[in-house]
Write a protein that binds this ligand. Sequence first.
Ligand SMILES: *Cc1c(COP(=O)(O)O)cnc(C)c1O
Length: 463
Amino acid sequence: MAKKKLVKRSWAEPYKIKMVEPIKMTTRAQREKAIKAAGYNTFLLKSEDVYIDLLTDSGTNAMSDYQWSGMMLGDEAYAGSKNFYYLWDNVKRYYGFKYFVPTHQGRAAEHLISKILIKPGDFIPGNMYFTTTKLHQELAGGTFVDVIIDEAHQPQNTHPFKGNIDLQKLEDLIKKVGPKKIPYISMAGPVNMAGGQPFSMKNLKAVRKLADKYGVKMWLDATRITENAYFIKIREKGYKTKSIAAIIKEICSHFEGIWVSAKKDLMVNIGGFLATNNKRVFNEARNMVVIYEGLHTYGGLAGRDMEAMARGIEEMVNYDNIHARVGQIEYFGHRLMEYDIPIVLPIGGHAIFLDAKKFLPHIKQDQFPAQALAAEIYVDSGVRGMERGIVSAGRDKKTGKHIYPNLELVRLTFPRRVYTQAHIDVTFESIVEVYDRRKKITGLKMVYEPKYLRFFQARFKKL
Ligand SMILES: *Cc1c(COP(=O)(O)O)cnc(C)c1O
C-alpha cells in the first residue's frame, strides 16, 4: 500500500515536446523600464521582454508535426492550389457549408460579411460584442445591439451557459426596428468578452425558431466553436456521447454561414475564412476578396498556410486535445480560487479573467483598474495579460464618452499546446503576491488615444 490514499487520477496532454523555444528571463528593474516605455499597455511591450506570454491565444499556438510537415507540401500556385481544395473539402466536411472563401485572418472575413450583408441604418443583435466584429458592423453602417442574457454581465454568476441569447431582448428588438432592418443575428461562442462563456444547443435552437418566425438570418463567429462544442458535450443533457465533430456540425447547421479566425481553434499562426450555403453571398464574397485580400483561391494566404489550416481542422475535433486545453485553464482557475482571487465564473474555455473591480476596488473605473493590474502583473513576473474593460469598450459613437462596461477584467489567455503546468504555477504565484499588496497599486491616466480599437495602441501614465 502507498503511504497516502490516491484521491484522483489525473489527465495529461496528448502530445509531447519535440522542439523548444528558449524564453528570456528578465529582472524586475528591466520590466519596470519596459512597461514604462510601453505606456503601461501590454500590447506595446516587445515580446522578447515577456517571460510567459498570455496576451492572446491568437496565432500563438504550437503546430503539430503533422501540420509542420504539411507546410512542406505548400502548392504556391497563384490560382487553384491543391491546398486550397483540400482546405475547402475539410470546411465542407467538418463545418458543413458548401461554399468557402479564405482570408488572411478573421477580421478580413468580418469585413467582407459586414460589407455584403449590412446596409446603413441596420441593427445587428448579438450575444455580447467582440471588438473587431462590432467595428466592422459599424463601419458598414450598422448598429450592434447586445442581446446576451443578463447573467453574462455578472462575473460571479455561475450560469453554465452565459453565452446564451436572451430571447425576450431579441424579440423586443425585432419588433421595435422590424425584421427588415436586421440583416442577421450575429452569434459567437464561447463569448470572449463575457469570460469565454458558451451558448447551449437548447438556446441556439430557440433563437433559430424565433429567427425563422420573423424570417431573419443567422451568422456565426465560429472562431472558438470547438470550445463551445466541448462545453455542450460536458454540460448539456443529451450530448455526453456525441463527438466534438458531430456537435460542431449540429451547431453550424442552424446558420446561413460562418466566419472564422483560424488563429484560434485551428492552431495555426495565420489564417481565416468565411463559409456559407448562400450562393449569392458566396459569389459576392468571392468577388470582393480579390480587392482586399487576394485571389479567391488564396485570400492573402500562402498555400502552405492553407495546408496547415486544413490539418488543424482535423486535429481540433480530437476530444483529448480540447479536453487538455480546457483542463489546463481549469487547473489554473482552481488554484486561484483556492486563494480567493476574484475571477470570472464559470472558468472559461480559453482564458482566466481576473475581476479587476474586485481586485482593485480603490481604483475608479475611469482610472483603468484592469489596465493597471495587467501592467502590475507584468512587472511582478514577466507574465503578460491584457485589459478587457473600459479601454477595450471604447467610446460611445454618439456622445463621445467612455463606455463603462460592467466587466472590468484582465484576461490571461493560454496559447494552445505551448505552456506547461509549471508555467501555470509560476503565473498563479505571481498573481497571489500581487493580490497581497494590491492596496499599493495606483490607477492610470490615458495620455494617447487612437481613434479605432484604442486598446491596441493607447498609452498611459501612472497617477
Ligand atoms: C480573434 C477573433 C476575431 C478576429 O480574428 P483575427 O484573426 O484576429 O482577425 C473575431 N472573433 C473572435 C471570436 C475572435 O476570437
